[in-house]
Design a protein around this ligand. Structure first.
Ligand code: HEC
Length: 151
């Protein structure tokens, strides 16, 4: 019993020390709304539901974004996600970048996006096959398919 309490004590100390380890910044910077992506309401609501938490400046930060060790994962996903694709500043991307990102969006939703660790806690963010069709139709500029390079 004594060693068990000792063990719990050590865990608590480690947990407290964790809280002082610096992490990525948690912020929703203000942005120029005119640069936000311009798409149909329908598509926007799909992206808002499933992608905006990591791919926009309008992140809904969960409480565990303030608690280590979870905050390390959550904040990193948001920082890296915004770097890769940010719908809040979409219209400031050059056209070539938009087209490249559309291809990546088309591909990413088949498997990788939203990230699995996000879906555990946000099961509603999972895209339905109807959502996927709408997103892929937009991403392929109405063609419904995208020519993929063979690697
Ligand atoms: C939990 C956070 C999170 C959510 C939710 C999320 N993503 Fe991501 N996404 C990331 C991260 C992190 C990266 C960067 C991964 C990397 O560069 O390795 C990324 C990268 C991407 C990329 C770029 C891939 C590449 O090859 O450069 C695309 C496209 C993308 N996400 C699309 C989406 C779409 C579409 C959704 C919604 C259906 C979505 N993501 C939801 C975190 C997320």
């Amino acid at each position: 019993m004594k060693s068990f309490l000792y063990f719990i004590g050590v865990l608590i100390v480690i947990f407290v020390i964790f809280q002082f380890i610096p992490s990525y910044e948690k912020a929703n910077p203000t942005f120029d709304k005119t640069k936000e992506i311009k798409i149909s309401k329908d598509l926007k609501s799909i992206f808002k539901k499933s992608c905006y938490d990591c791919h926009s400046f309008e992140t809904n930060w969960p409480w565990y974004a303030d608690v280590a060790p979870m905050k390390w994962v959550v904040r990193r996903d948001v920082v890296e996600g915004r770097k890769a694709l940010n719908f809040s500043i979409w219209d400031s991307y050059p056209n070539a970048k938009k087209e490249e990102l559309k291809k990546k969006i088309f591909r990413s939703i088949n498997l990788a996006m939203p990230l699995p660790q996000y879906l555990w806690l946000h099961p509603d963010a999972k895209l339905s096959s109807d959502d996927k069709k709408k997103v892929q139709n937009w991403a392929s500029n109405g063609k419904g398919y995208i020519k993929m390079e063979v690697r």
